[in-house]
Design a protein. Structure first.
Length: 175
């Protein structure tokens, strides 16, 4: 015999449950409140949860069945948002090196500004003003890379040999 939880309200409607995070691969202990002296159950690995509240490093999560508990919020794995659509067809681009060169130049410019700020050569307002136009996005995971080209308004997936459009930064234009 299985037990099904039925709860109502904005935190507990299973039909509207939208996870924001998942539990890490090794599971996660929970507490009844943001207090380490009040332990509760352990969450299963990769369980989808929704972040409902935070208090410092503590996070109150809600499960699909409506059960709520406090966890170490630093350990939750954030789910990515669905990428925005693209007004242009997805496609493959040739050589990834020109985009990698542009990303390297942006990263070098940002690093130089950080170094000058740390050395006291720039104040925070000047740093913010000069870095305000820099845009870069890179995620490298082994042989896979996701590269942001803001000039073209797209994220690209790179397998080392070619770029393939992954998502557009801007929403599609009206048809």
């Amino acid at each position: 015999m299985s037990t099904t939880y039925h709860r109502t309200g904005p935190d507990h409607d299973a039909h509207r449950f939208r996870p924001t995070h998942v539990v890490p691969e090794d599971g996660l202990p929970t507490w009844a409140g943001p207090d380490a002296s009040r332990p509760s159950a352990r969450l299963d690995p990769l369980l989808p949860v929704r972040l409902a509240d935070t208090s410092g490093d503590w996070a109150r999560i809600v499960c699909a069945n409506g059960w709520s508990a406090w966890v170490d919020g630093r350990l939750l794995v954030t789910l990515p948002h669905r990428p925005p659509g693209t007004g242009r067809p997805l496609g493959t681009t040739g050589d990834p090196r020109p985009l990698l060169d542009a990303l390297a130049r942006s990263l070098a410019a940002y690093r130089e500004l950080v170094e000058r700020l740390a050395a006291g050569e720039l104040d925070l307002d000047t740093f913010r003003r000069r870095s305000g136009e820099l845009r870069i996005g890179v995620v490298i995971d082994g042989p896979s890379a996701w590269l942001l080209d803001l000039d073209d308004g797209r994220w690209y997936y790179c397998d080392g040999t070619r770029l393939q459009t992954y998502a557009a930064v801007e929403p599609p234009s009206p048809g």
